[in-house]
Design a protein around this ligand. Sequence first.
Ligand code: ATP
Length: 592
Amino acid sequence: MNRIQSAYKDLFTILSSTNPFLVPLAFALAILSGVLPPVFVLASERLMTDGLSIARRELAFSAIVPAMVVFIVSAVLPDLLNLLQQVYVEPRTELIFRSAYKGRMLQKLKKLRYEHYENKESREIIDKAYGRAETAALHLFPKYFCNALTATVATAGTLILFLKIRWWFLLTLLAPIVLERVLCFKNSFNIYEEMETYWEKEIQYEKLEKMLCEPKTIRENRLNQSSDFLIRTFQKRLGGRNREYERYYFQNLRHHFTERNISRVGQLINAGLLLWIYQTGELSFPTFVALAGAIFTTLAENLSCYTNIVANMGYHIKAYEYYDRFFNLSEETYGEVKEVPKDCSIAFEDVCFTYPGTDRQVLSHMSFEIRAGEKISIVGMNGEGKTTMIKLLLGLFEPDSGRILIGGKPLQAYAREAREKIFGTVFQDFTRYSISLRENVGIGDVEQLSDRETVREAMQKGNVLPFLERLPKGEDTMLNRDFEGGVDLSGGQWQRIALARALMGDRPVLILDEPTSQLDPMAESELYSEFAKLAENKTSLFITHRLGSTRITDRILVISEGRVVDTGTHEELLERGGIYADMWKAQKQWYI
Ligand SMILES: Nc1ncnc2c1ncn2[C@@H]1O[C@H](COP(=O)(O)OP(=O)(O)OP(=O)(O)O)[C@@H](O)[C@H]1O
């Protein structure tokens, strides 16, 4: 109950701060829509009474006109009010909620600890909250709130007409629907819980479906002729899920059937009671017909609408639980040190790390030191922990034990603004933003985004200029084909843009994770010969599988099983033998 209250408080605050007229308008429409049904019952009774009097020539025909007008207005107006609700209030509210909720959630996403994005449980909370909160809000208002208001007014108005005949109609009319809804209320939560258990399975086929629509996948599928196999896999997953739905609904069919018919039986009983009273001569024929009609129409519709809302509200309040849990997810924490260290030495002291939600220790007592300004290659076989080590160095994850020091201070000691200015990074799976080329580079340091000279300098260092000249609008060309006139680039060209982006802001630590994997031999060779200049005055970490390239750095760290197992220059490591020498021998035979 408290959650419903606070949800509504929040919704009304959002709406009134954006459009102060929307809530009063929705209230007015809802109340007027509720007043009209009992008026319709009265008008139809009056119409029949007057009609019979006219037939008996007791009244002139013109006497029926007022009742006829009220009858027509009360019959037609609800549809018009409903239309106004559907074409104005609901879409307008939807837009307001979308802006408010998306805005808030994006702000929270920005601050969230990065580890939540790679953690299954947190991912579920994020996805459910992000996908459902807005829909839940829209159901709570205007749908449920206004419909409940209309139904309450309409039901109360119609019940008064029955109470004037017998007080106990209050019990006989309400008891069946209350009983039905108590059962449905309980069951609607069960349906929700049932659906929750299948969420993971739904994700499995939804992700595959999304993948099947992507150009990258379509291209590979055409070549491998794997489309049919993957479509069959998708259908198998979807079919399995549908069978679970069917089984569930079949199991509950009898249950639903019994529940949903309690109110129908109640309607018949109440119509019988009304007939019994009519037989005593206490009711006129028009009153009997109008009220009997109300039992099966006005009253039935409004009571069932009202109670349906109560039943389904549980579903949407559950969505708010995810919304609350999302906002309770922990955020990045920062320290007090606001200055970027002058001496950007790096030290890992006995660092251990296991990804949240997994058992395997990926970094195991990792220790090493890198002096300020030193250029280091990091090598090792696949899956040994190189990228994980970088994620910890960037503060995306925190070690389970041990310390990471930058310039002699723990990483956590630095304030956000300082930490953001320490690292320039190119990840293996860098992002290809659908914005202009200049912006793609410039967002490496947003403060300098509008400084064309600085952005151009970074482009030059990243070797972007040679292909920039060939683009239709030069550096203002939109990249990716999501926009009209957008241009797609080759993998290597994108990689050069990512490198230029990392060079923005002249950050003291440069981290390059496989930066040449997509470059042609000429561009790769150029990057190696330019490396000393690119990394000038910077502490640099260069993760690579191309062992020859390690000679551009001062020293190599060899990573195996989550720790540094050897360090030295290319020549020293070859002489000493070991993992590096073995990897070099294996690779050399194909190049020399
Ligand atoms: N988000 C994650 N959650 C759980 N385990 C992960 C996650 N990311 C990586 N791992 C695991 O951590 C181990 C080390 O991965 P990492 O990416 O650090 O290796 P790497 O040395 O960079 O490999 P490569 O040379 O192939 O890039 C792998 O076994 C991988 O499966």
